[in-house]
Design a protein around this ligand. Structure first.
Ligand SMILES: [Zn+2]
Length: 70
């Protein structure tokens, strides 16, 4: 049985989720309407939170996020 197969990958950047990631707190889990649980890596979680906060802010920042190639 491959333990890594059940850990999945990040739906946003396709980064494989390791056992270390599963034990850590960086990755976030999300329960979809169809019952599927997806795990998003720390980097994408931070990015998502940034967007959520930007959307919830009464006055969203006008400046676009700088695109930084990794
Ligand atoms: Zn990711």
């Amino acid at each position: 049985m491959d333990a890594t197969s059940s850990l999945g990958t990040c739906p946003r950047c396709a980064r494989p989720r390791t056992a270390t990631d599963a034990r850590g707190l960086a990755w976030s889990s999300e329960h979809l309407a169809d019952g599927t649980v997806v795990h998003t890596c720390g980097d994408c979680t931070r990015e998502q939170l940034w967007h959520i906060e930007a959307l919830l802010a009464p006055e969203p920042a006008a400046a676009p996020a700088p695109a930084r190639a990794a």
